[in-house]
Design a protein around this ligand. Sequence first.
Ligand SMILES: [Zn+2]
Length: 280
Amino acid sequence: MKKTLILFSAGILIAWLSGCSKKDDKTPQETQNKDMAGCLGYASGYANSGVMGAASTYDFKSAQNNQFFAGEVSIQKGFWNNIPAEVHVLYESSADYRNAYASPDGKILFGYEMFYYLVRSFSKIEGSDNLSPLPVDGVLAHEWGHRVQFTVGWTDYAKASYRELEADFFSGYYMGLAKQWLWAQIQTYYNAIYASGDYYYNSPDHHGTPQQRLNAAYAGLTVAVYELNNNVHYTYNQLHSIFNQKVHSEIGARKSNVFPEVEYPKDLTKEKIERLYPTL
Ligand SMILES: [Zn+2]
């Protein structure tokens, strides 16, 4: 259905070394590694904190990739009404620390290593030299989902994993409402990423099981498809209530990897779609 596939130039895998000059007067914190588990656990000032690029300046050492990422950030800024996010590229200290983070103070840090890991491992399209933008878009939308949580201020999560599953729910929701991806396309990529056990910190206590994560993304997608088919608009609080209902039913309980495909209305226009973007 979608034709906007991005060709990333491969081979830009040069390790990006931090620009910090070698100093002998490092504090103990700057010489220690910190476990930054999960996409909410970023801390600065440690040996493995990496180096943050300037806000709104996305340098992936490839003009094409910089442009792709800037374009997607701009689309998501327009989608997530009233949910500010200052997006930075984070140059991780090594590929082992690849990650993407959202913070309560308004930042999304998208790892340089994470970006290329997603592209190399999950973005290939069978029988094509093109690469899918879906994995990078999906991780960014997951982080923006956390920014929604911080901005609206929800704290009613019965389990830590619900916060993460809701971010997956928002990611699926974005893919449906903003981009009208089919589930088969989303599932291919999300399934691989979640099942890899390598997407952030994959403890089920923390992020939910791969099946629950897929269930959450599917639930978000179907809510978006429902809105498009019925011209219904939801606020963030309404979406949060819907998630809270579904987390106990389909998201928590569904065991099958076979999901019914979604169907979009034929007469969608940009205007109709944009009127349904979530609001406070
Ligand atoms: Zn997360």
